[in-house]
Design a protein. Structure first.
Ligand SMILES: C[S@@+](CC[C@H](N)C(=O)[O-])C[C@H]1O[C@@H](n2cnc3c(N)ncnc32)[C@H](O)[C@@H]1O
Length: 239
């Protein structure tokens, strides 16, 4: 039987957004890091495994994590001879799986941090700091309040920032801020993040934030464009 042909964006089986089949800008940086450092890396919320499979191609040992085992098994089935360097770790980050101290060279998290509460983000950043070797980096990308379907929320977001709220992007019920037809494919609650909030989480966990910026991913469909700040990227180094 021939391998399944995936389109550029494929809905996740568990309504956790879409998995992409092309590397975004931050994922590309992660794969370059894998090539340079070699060793063991972690892909959180690996989805269909676009970054995991590219990292395996560099020779890295990859721990692919996801909340959904079916998606992880599909990565395993497509990993070919690299399967022996791939470990599938099912479980919700940051609570459901643990790694050894200083066991990782790099971490990737593409479009998963916006599914975590503020407290889960803090615990997650602390865990990553524990698991990374000194000098190891985190490469993360997430959705912002300036993601097209959430444009109605942008003014409320800025008002919350003005009031000094700790987690201004937490939206308890996405259906209350958008009627976009794509919302059936995302969880009820979402945590939209900007560069200030994401950088602050990692700084408080002891990371040096090398770069944290808002941008438009090259693979983002025009139907969800807003003002060029649809995604937030983070590169943070364990010191
Ligand atoms: C939007 S998809 C992104 C997949 C892939 N990283 C990409 O960029 O194409 C989010 C993935 O994260 C997984 N996920 C959501 N919350 C998670 C959590 N707390 N821990 C681990 N995986 C999670 C979902 O099952 C889904 O596969």
């Amino acid at each position: 039987m021939s391998a399944p042909v995936y389109h550029r964006r494929v809905p996740t089986v568990n309504s956790m957004g879409w998995s992409t089949t092309v590397l975004n800008e931050v994922s590309t940086l992660f794969v370059e890091e894998c090539r340079m450092r070699q060793g063991t890396v972690l892909d959180i919320g690996a989805g269909l495994g676009v970054a995991t499979l590219a990292a395996l191609e560099t020779g890295a040992r990859v721990i692919a994590n996801d909340a959904d085992m079916g998606q992880l098994e599909s990565i395993g089935a497509r990993s070919g001879e690299a399967r022996e360097r791939l470990r599938l770790a099912k479980g919700r980050f940051p609570y459901k799986f643990k790694l050894d101290k200083a066991s990782l060279e790099a971490v990737h998290a593409s479009h998963v941090f916006h599914f975590l509460t503020g407290r889960q983000l803090e615990i997650g950043a602390a865990s990553l700091h524990w698991w990374l070797k000194p000098g190891g980096r985190v490469f993360a990308v997430a959705a912002t309040p300036y993601f097209g379907p959430f444009a109605n929320f942008a003014a409320e977001y800025e008002a919350r920032v003005g009031r000094g709220e700790a987690w201004p992007g937490w939206v308890e019920n996405t259906r209350s801020i958008t009627e976009h037809r794509l919302m059936s494919q995302v969880p009820k609650s979402i945590h939209l993040l900007d560069d200030r909030v994401l950088a602050s989480v990692f700084e408080r966990a002891g990371f040096e934030v090398e770069h944290c910026w808002m941008f438009r991913r090259h693979d983002l469909p025009a139907s969800v464009h807003y003002d060029g700040r649809e995604s937030v990227g983070l590169v943070a180094r364990k010191i």
